[in-house]
Design a protein around this ligand. Structure first.
Ligand code: GLU
Length: 480
């Protein structure tokens, strides 16, 4: 059975690139009816950041990437790594190193002067057993290093193909640090082996570590898993995607009002080619269609406009009820501190709020846009006089038309203040009076919204209701 894992280090929030790594590992497992597990690689105490495990778990949960079984925490497995490191020492594949930080520093400086690559010079490899025992007994701090064997290491990466490395270029890696914790290399290999991981799918940045890992598998006489290294996600300027390009953490995308369906769909296509023109994929579709063969070697460019397009698509797929729920945290009315206006009960009602949301459903790109887009429902518009003027007419004409509308709309009973009834009425009047449509509808729409762009005047009038609509038309007339 195939088994993959996502193995993040809790050094910060879950990044969009991390989510994609998790997604690909998850999809590969699901596609092959295998298992996908989660392992927290928390052995580096210096890089640990409080709260990051929660952020990782929240991000995965939000995206619907569920892991199988229990979560493995490496920090709880120190003894296991110690045991394996000792085994390597006993077999002559690893050794104690007592060199202090200063000694290593000097070594590096000397090598720099001699223009040599910085490498541990193996001075502790030749310590006698008695010397070692004495130092250990005296409590001297030590690390355990892997003795890299001579030769070549070959890697067949499922995405990148054959890679060959000369072992002479690999430093004797530290396996156990002086604090007793394992390094990433040892813990990663031990766990992938013990957890029966068949496919290691991870980011490209780990590629240089893989030959070291393969040597460890060889020293333990274990069969290594298959490896697939995913290319980086790049910003449009082809640099590494980072904070300066906008949101990068999964929770930031969530808070901006991106839907998990959209993010998952979009990042699946960042580096994976479905082999057709099809673009819309649910997580379930992806579980069925994903394949590593169609994951590309080149870096994938993150295009926020494309993500917005997917998000708009999934927003339009929502039922009005669901979308209203999703929009509530962003609506001005739910943040009364944003405006001095007091809301009436009707304005706060669910029915009213969903009518407002309905007006924007077609246009919304992200949920947070709803705030700006609908603010004028909750605060009286402040008019720019000139905006009320239809481009082919003057302000005086705008005033006449608004007065005409006021008279006609006053006659409409409350229950007829609906989009279709109003449209029929006003369009009929325009025709009967031979008026210019724009000259009537433009000032009407601007009077109702205060905006250059907004939904149409009849929809607005229906949602605002008779009293508010007439009030706004009166206010607009007053300022002309
Ligand atoms: N702990 C590594 C990270 O934070 C995992 C690398 C791997 O998957 O082997 O990305």
């Amino acid at each position: 059975m195939f088994k993959t894992r996502f193995a993040p280090s809790p050094t910060g929030d879950l990044h969009i690139g991390g989510l994609r790594t998790a997604l690909f590992a998850y999809l590969f497992a699901k596609k092959n009816h295998g298992e996908f597990v989660l392992r927290i690689e928390d052995t580096d105490q210096t890089r640990y950041k409080e709260g990051s495990v929660d952020s990782i778990l929240q991000g995965l949960f939000w995206a619907g990437i569920n892991h199988d079984g229990e979560i493995t925490y490496q920090s709880k497995r120190t003894e296991i790594y110690q045991k394996y490191a000792k085994e390597l020492i006993n077999n002559g594949h690893a050794y104690y190193c007592f060199c202090s930080a200063e000694t290593l520093d000097e070594m590096r400086k000397e090598q720099e002067v001699k223009k040599q690559a910085p490498m541990y010079d193996r001075r502790c490899l030749n310590l006698s057993n008695e010397e070692i025992a004495k130092k250990l007994q005296a409590g001297e701090p030590y690390v355990i290093r892997l003795k890299i064997p001579a030769g070549q290491t070959k890697l067949t990466d499922l995405i990148r193909g054959q890679i060959e490395i000369d072992n002479a270029n690999i430093d004797d890696q530290v396996l156990i640090k002086s604090d007793g914790f394992p390094t990433y290399h040892l813990a990663n290999v031990v766990d992938d082996h013990e957890m029966n991981i068949t496919h290691v799918i991870r980011a490209e940045e780990w590629l240089p570590s893989t030959p070291k890992h393969l040597i460890l598998y060889q020293m333990f006489s274990w069969t290594p898993p298959e490896f697939a290294h995913l290319s980086m996600i790049l910003a449009p300027d082809k640099s590494k995607l980072s904070k300066r390009h906008g949101a990068t953490s999964v929770m930031e995308f969530k808070n901006l009002g991106y839907l998990p369906e959209a993010v998952v769909n979009y990042i699946a296509l960042l580096g994976w080619n479905p082999g057709s023109d099809k673009e819309i994929f649910s997580l379930e579709n992806l579980e069925y269609e994903f394949s590593l063969d169609r994951v590309q070697k080149a870096g994938a460019i993150f295009d926020i406009e494309k993500l917005n397009w997917f998000n708009g698509h999934y927003i339009r797929q929502k039922s009005l009820d669901e979308l209203t729920d999703l929009c509530l945290p962003y609506l001005t009315i739910c943040h009364p501190e944003r405006s001095a206006t007091k809301w009436s009960e009707a304005e706060g009602s669910r029915v009213y709020l969903s009518k407002i949301v309905a007006l924007e459903q077609e246009r919304l790109k992200k949920l947070s846009d709803i705030k700006e887009a609908t603010e004028y429902f909750f605060t009286e518009p402040i008019y720019e006089k000139e905006l009320l003027q239809w481009r082919k007419a003057d302000l005086n004409d705008a005033k006449n038309k608004l007065e005409f509308l006021l008279t006609e709309l006053q006659k409409v009973p409350n229950e007829n203040f609906t989009r279709s009834a109003l449209e029929q009425l006003i369009k009929g009047l325009i025709e009967a009076e031979k008026l210019d449509t724009g000259a009537v509808l433009w000032p009407m729409r601007v009077a109702l919204s205060g905006r250059k762009n907004s939904p149409g005047p009849f929809e607005l009038a229906e949602v605002l209701g008779k009293e508010k609509s007439l009030g706004r038309i009166k206010n607009a007339i007053k300022i002309i």
